[in-house]
Write a protein that binds this ligand. Structure first.
Ligand code: SAM
Ligand code: CA
Length: 230
């Protein structure tokens, strides 16, 4: 497997995965990871070590109702579904259903499909639709955002209304392969520049946002964990 971690030594990252992550990774998640391994965009799926932390966070907030933006083949979606109680519900949004179909048989076999409401759409209009229903305000416990970086701050404003106080939103790829710390943009591969720019803006904005408590954690490709304070 290609290294996704930001740790300087590949060996250390492998040690972490082999020692603490893979032995505890539920069988269906392993299966989904393997089913995605040969996909041309396999790099997009959530890093297993970030996934392990997310599963722990879901338990800590007693998540029952969640939102996922950016499903791809469903690694983070399946781990969320496995972490929620039987009557838990995930609103899962992705522009593209085709990749979700790759993971769906494994999700079915794991017996958690009933927790998932998959919506094939751009995420922003769906969040706006949710907000048109007053009962949805403060009704969600958890959100995971792993999609178009350009919209993260737009998602943030809407998610802060949808989450309950004490609820949590996790943003993925907030260290963008380490490029956020590169002062000379010309040294950053061109295809990474736009998302790098939006990630830098997101990081500044989250750090200055008094409505949330944050932890910016160098796990996977960097995740920022935010809880709604008020
Ligand atoms: N969380 C996934 C996993 O664990 O495998 C990986 C998600 S992948 C990095 C990003 C996904 O976001 C892609 O499947 C893409 O179709 C979706 N996406 C991109 N822009 C989007 C948008 N505006 N609204 C909804 N989904 C979007
Ligand atoms: Ca990601």
């Amino acid at each position: 497997m290609e290294s996704k971690g930001l740790l300087q030594s590949k060996g250390l990252y492998e040690y972490l995965l082999e020692t603490s992550v893979y032995p505890r990774e539920p069988e269906p998640l392993k299966e989904l990871r393997n089913a995605t391994a040969n996909h041309p965009w396999a790099m997009m799926s959530t890093a297993p070590d970030a996934g392990q932390l997310m599963a722990l966070l879901l338990k800590l907030v007693n998540a029952k109702k969640t939102i996922e933006i950016g499903v791809f083949t469903g690694y983070s979606l399946l781990l969320t579904a496995l972490s929620l109680p039987e009557d838990g519900k995930i609103t899962a949004i992705d522009l593209n259903r085709e990749s979700f179909e790759i993971g769906l048989p494994i999700i079915r076999k794991a017996g958690v499909e009933h927790k998932i409401n998959f919506i094939e759409s751009a995420a922003l209009p769906i969040l706006d639709q949710l907000l048109e229903v007053p009962e949805n305000e403060g009704a969600f416990d958890f959100a995971f955002v792993d999609a178009d970086k350009v919209n993260y701050l737009n998602y943030h404003e809407r998610l802060l209304k949808l989450l309950r106080v004490g609820g949590m939103v996790v943003y993925d790829n907030t260290l963008w392969g380490g490029t956020v710390a590169e002062p000379d943009e010309s040294l950053v591969p061109e295809r990474q520049r736009v998302s790098r720019h939006y990630t830098i803006e997101l990081n500044k904005s989250l750090a200055a946002d008094s409505r949330i408590q944050i932890a910016h954690v160098p796990v996977g490709d960097g995740i920022t964990i935010c809880t709604r304070l008020s």
